[in-house]
Design a binder for this molecule. Sequence first.
Ligand code: SF4
Ligand code: SF4
Ligand code: SF4
Length: 325
Amino acid sequence: MKKISRRSFLKTTLAAAGAVGASGLALPASVQGADPKELATLIDIRKCVGCEACVDACKEVNASKFPEPEKPFPKMYPSRVRAADWSEKRDVQDRLTPYTWLFIQSATVTINGEEQTLTIPRRCMHCQNPPCADLCPWGAARKLENGITRIDADICMGGNKCKVVCPWKIPERQTGVGLYLDLLPSLAGNGVMFKCDRCYNRIEKGEPPACIEECPEDVQTIGPRDEIVKRAYAVAKEIGGYVYGETENGGTNTLYVSPVPFETLNKAIEKGPGRPHFKAVEDSMAHADNLAKAMIIAPVAGAVAAVGRFYKAAKSVSETDGKGE
Ligand code: SF4
Ligand code: SF4
Ligand code: SF4
C-alpha cells in the first residue's frame, strides 16, 4: 500500500475542500465551522525518533495556559488532602505533569529478531465517551463536538475526580490556582487539573495541534475519526501491526498503530504516576452505576459551571477596570 504522509493527507483533503491555511497546514474544511466532525489523531509509533520536538512545541504553544500558583497554599481540611505542586519542577519531562501535557515513553522490544527501542508520544486519549467529563462534579471537564475533551481551568476545583475515573489517570493537579481560592480555599477542591486540550484554540482557527505541526517525522495524522480509523487499519495491515484506541474505553480519539502487540509494549514501558499504561480498557461508562452517578451530578455540575462562568466574567470586568485606574 502507498504510504500517505501527514502533509499529503491534509493536502489531499484540503484540495478537495478548497481550504488551505496560511501555514500550508490546516484542518480539513469538513471539520471547521458550524458543523464540526469528531476529529481523531493517529500516532504511528514506528516513525517516532524520540526527538521531543512535539513536547517542546506543546510547552511553548500552551505556556499561557499553565498554572501560576499563589503561595503559600491555603491549609486544607482534612489535613490528609495534600497539595500538589509542580511549579518548581516545570522542566520535568519524563512523565505527565500540569506543565507537561505530552511526554515520550520508551519500550525496548524485539522486532524480527532484533532488539529495538520504540519511542511513544503519550497524552490524553480524548475518549469518545470520557468518564472525566461525564463524572466531573463541577461540569469543568467537557467533551466538545469535534472530539476534544478539555478541562476549563476557570471552573475546575481540582478535586481529582477526573483522574480517579480516567482509565489512564491522565489529568494532573496543581494546587494554589483556580476558583477554589476565592470560593472555599480550605474546604473544596485543591487547585486545578491539567492535561492536553488538543490545542482546541488552534483547532478553532483551523490550525493543527502544535505537536503535529512540529514533528519532523510526520508521526501524527489528524482528521475525521472514521478516516483515521480506516487509516490506522491500513497501516497495521501494511506492516503486520496492531491498533490501540478503536475500542479502548468505548473508543478514543487518539489512536496508535504499533509494529508489536500493545501487551508487549505495555510490559516494556515504565508505568506509574504520570506514566500511562497500554492495557486493554473496557468501556467504563457502560456500567449502569456510573451512568446513574453522571445523571445525579448533572444538575449540580450545571449550577457550578454557571457560577464559574459568572466568576470568570466578573473577574475579567474587574481586571479591565483595574487597568484603567
Ligand atoms: S516530534 Fe515526532 S519524532 Fe519527535 S518525539 Fe515527537 S512524535 Fe516523535
Ligand atoms: S483519557 Fe482520561 S482524561 Fe483523557 S478524555 Fe479519556 S478519561 Fe478524560
Ligand atoms: S495536542 Fe496540543 S495540547 Fe495536546 S499534546 Fe499536542 S501540542 Fe500539547
